[in-house]
Design a protein around this ligand. Structure first.
Ligand SMILES: [Zn+2]
Length: 486
């Protein structure tokens, strides 16, 4: 037997002006595609040969350009047509949060799966593994035979879940039976910072899912948080239960209703965790904290979720205060200032207008100061992701340093701070472009506060003016009775 595979991963934020093009994607084909998907051994063990198409992966960013999406479709649909007579099933790793500029249905996944179903007909088994921050509708679910997302956010169970779904698909391919997911689309729309799986209500929802999955009548279950960064009629959370056989449908309907009702009853527990506050209060709290190192996360401009790192809101707020504290902004993305400072040497005095002036959030501020240190800017841990030099700018008459960047780099590891010659623990306060505190910063941080700043990754989703979503929708609307979005 043979299985056709594809990987398409994109989280598209329409509040980011950049249109994602081919250069923003990491594309792999053939054997490289198969290797990157990390499931070949599972299919092979079941005597199923893998037929690759495309591995397309990009970091969270803006909407995808139509030409780029057309290319992705070609790379998946053409080989599918070519191998149609050989294949026995389809395995997809599709995120669910893509948005395509100029595509009527907006969602790339919805479009692609529909096209694939047209090619292979009604009965070819298709399994899809998603990110919980993707949008799943009844329409999409109806095209699939198995759909399952990761349980954990942050997603430390990504590979494990992808492998689990591969196992499930092998089972279905080897023992063909009628299989169709049951979906309950919930009128709940919350961002990732309100749905961390270590906290309630997701922790308990996951327990219910795990328990349900132990029953042989239940083939798989998942809870989809959904994605809120572009306006789309597919937004909202979802509970999915896949019955093992046709005889298990009634029982699985009960399970889906029970978990949906639990989620609805506990919706008020979807809230920010830890310390959070408005920007002015967050800065004040950080300045008053007696110990170090304090971290402020600029959550409206979270580079890990596609923010461009160009907003100056927190910097401007900090400059309103007179403080002797040592403060590091890591960093501000401003290519023009980067260009100017890159022509200087350590110790040079200069004036920078920091801020790209794209909108109110990235308003520039004129700063006199000194180029304090030159280092390396890198993403993540290693120099494999070396992105040129980094420039540490000290603001005159203060202990405030700013890393001037020319890319949307998220500072989250000690290695990165060291490479920039701005060791994390040299500072009392460090401001990073992040939402919840990333794993590697937690043990290093004495006190953390999430600043609820405006920007492309704004956490107060109630403030985003959605037009296309189903209404009523919680928390935009307060209402008592659960209904399912159709
Ligand atoms: Zn996610």
């Amino acid at each position: 037997m043979k299985v056709f595979v594809a990987h398409f991963n994109a989280e598209c934020n329409e509040h980011i002006s950049h249109i994602v093009n081919r250069d923003d994607f990491h594309f792999l084909y053939g054997d490289d595609c198969v290797k990157a998907m990390k499931v070949e051994d599972i299919f092979n063990k079941n005597d199923i040969e893998v037929i690759p198409s495309l591995y397309a992966n990009t970091s969270p960013n803006g909407m995808i350009g139509k030409e780029t999406f057309d290319y992705i479709c070609e790379c998946i649909l053409n080989p599918l047509k070519e191998h149609l007579s050989e294949i026995d099933g389809i395995y997809l790793q599709f995120h669910g949060a893509s948005g395509v500029d100029g595509l009527d249905c907006i969602s790339g996944e919805h479009y692609l799966v529909k096209e694939m179903r047209k090619i292979v007909g009604k009965y070819m088994p298709i399994a899809m593994v998603m990110d919980p921050h993707g949008n799943l509708t009844e329409e999409l679910s109806n095209q699939l035979n198995i759909v399952r997302c990761f349980r954990e956010s942050p997603h430390f169970d990504t590979v494990e879940t992808r492998r689990k779904v591969a196992e499930l698909l092998c089972d279905l391919m080897l023992h063909r039976r009628v299989m169709k997911p049951i979906i309950r689309k919930l009128p709940i729309m919350v961002g990732g910072e309100r749905s961390v799986s270590a906290n309630e209500p997701v922790r308990s929802i996951n327990q219910l899912l795990d328990e349900a999955e132990k029953d042989p009548r239940v083939f798989s279950t998942s809870f989809h948080v959904g994605f809120i960064r572009h306006d789309d009629d597919k937004l909202g959370a979802a509970v999915v239960v896949v019955p093992n056989t046709m005889n298990d449908i009634d029982y699985c309907n009960e399970v889906a209703d029970r978990i949906s009702q639990y989620t609805w009853n506990h919706r008020h527990e979807f809230k920010f965790t830890g310390n959070f506050d408005e920007v002015d209060k967050s800065v004040e709290t950080a300045l008053n904290y007696p110990e170090k190192t304090v971290v402020i996360t600029d959550s409206g401009d979270n580079c890990g979720a596609g923010g461009y790192g160009q907003n100056t809101i927190v910097l401007r707020e900090m400059l309103k205060h007179k403080t002797d504290k040592k403060v590091l902004f890591a960093g501000i993305n401003d290519p023009k200032s980067y260009d100017i400072i890159s022509k200087c040497k350590t110790g040079d005095k200069l004036t920078l207008n920091v801020g790209v002036e794209e909108d109110e959030n990235s308003k520039s501020t004129t700063l006199e100061g000194t180029l304090k240190a030159i280092g390396k800017q890198q993403k993540g841990f290693s120099s494999d992701f070396d992105l040129g030099k980094s420039y540490l700018f000290n603001i005159k008459d203060t202990n405030i340093d700013v890393i001037i960047m020319n890319d949307n780099i998220q500072y989250g590891t000690m290695e990165q701070f060291d490479a920039a010659n701005a060791p994390f623990h040299d500072y009392d306060i460090v401001v990073v472009k992040m939402g919840y505190l990333d794993t590697y910063l937690i043990p290093e941080t004495k006190f953390h506060i999430m600043a609820l700043s405006d920007g492309p990754t704004i956490q107060r989703s109630e403030r985003i003016p959605f037009k296309m979503i189903a209404r009523p929708m919680w928390p935009m609307d307060e209402f008592e009775d659960l209904y399912f979005i159709k």
